[in-house]
Design a protein around this ligand. Structure first.
Ligand SMILES: [Zn+2]
Length: 273
């Protein structure tokens, strides 16, 4: 081998080594660069992760804030609800109670009115055109009780039959009490009804019609008054006592004993005199 050849081969070997070394160095550097890039990427990723975390944290904070807001809202929502649900029944309930109480009062008042009208005597107006003299402002202090029956018809207790008899005789009481206790008004209180005839009071007064109220109760001469009639006459007497200063409650026989025997079979202990 010549010296030149040896040198050439050595140069080639060196070249090969050099190129290989350079190649290798480059490769290592590339790897390093990759590694560096990788590191940078990792770092960036970390940064992103951190950012994400901070975003997550922020989100969490926002979520927490939202929760707080939601809670507040819920509290606010609950508050009006609680207030509304508390107020309505209480206020409404009280008002309702007040209304109910008012209603009760009205109902009670109504009941009192009804009781009063029940306890106050129901009188059927059946004013007649005969048997009285018109008057006004007369002083009433006496009630005279009578009894009569229908002697002409088939029913001695017939109200219309009894009234027909009064018409025939041209007489009338102020009131007529039927067997069932119904009270008929035939002559107004202020008019002078012709029921007593010739009579004289225990105190000596005559012209008894002028200061008295006449009450006829349907009964036969040998019969008895009904309990309804006693109840009715007592209610009527009570009403008359409230209106006028009644001093005397007497029977027809008490003021005209020589010619009258009525009221027949009356039990005076049952009359509130
Ligand atoms: Zn009489």
């Amino acid at each position: 081998m010549s010296k030149q050849k040896i040198i050439l081969i050595t140069v080639i070997i060196l070249l090969v080594i050099g190129v290989g070394g350079f190649w290798g160095w480059r490769k290592i550097n590339s790897q390093k660069a990759i590694n560096n890039n990788q590191w940078t990427i990792t770092k960036t990723q970390k940064a992103i992760d951190n950012e994400q975390q901070s975003t997550d944290n922020s989100q969490e904070t926002i979520d927490n804030n939202q929760n707080t807001i939601d809670n507040k809202q819920q509290t606010t929502d609950n508050k009006p609800q609680a207030v509304t649900s508390n107020q309505e029944p209480v206020t409404g309930g009280n008002n309702q109670k007040a209304i109910d109480n008012s209603q009760n009062t009205i109902v009670k008042t109504q009941q009192v009115t009804e009781n009063n009208s029940t306890s106050s005597t129901k009188i059927v107006q059946k004013l007649v055109a005969w048997g009285f003299q018109k008057s006004s402002g007369r002083k009433i202090d006496t009630v005279i009780l009578h009894s009569s029956y229908d002697a002409l018809g088939s029913d001695p207790f017939s109200v219309s039959g009894v009234i027909a008899e009064y018409k025939q005789a041209q007489v009338s009481p102020h009131y007529l009490i039927a067997r069932d206790g119904t009270i008929y008004q035939l002559v107004s209180d202020q008019n002078i009804a012709w029921h007593a005839g010739v009579a004289k009071m225990p105190d000596g007064r005559t012209d008894v019609n002028s200061f008295s109220i006449g009450i006829e109760m349907i009964n036969t001469q040998d019969g008895k008054f009904t309990s309804d009639q006693y109840a009715a006459v007592n209610r009527l007497i009570g009403d008359l006592k409230n209106k006028y200063p009644i001093k005397n409650i007497l029977g027809h026989s008490d003021i005209a004993s020589s010619r009258k025997t009525d009221p027949w079979g009356i039990e005076w202990k049952k009359v509130n005199r």
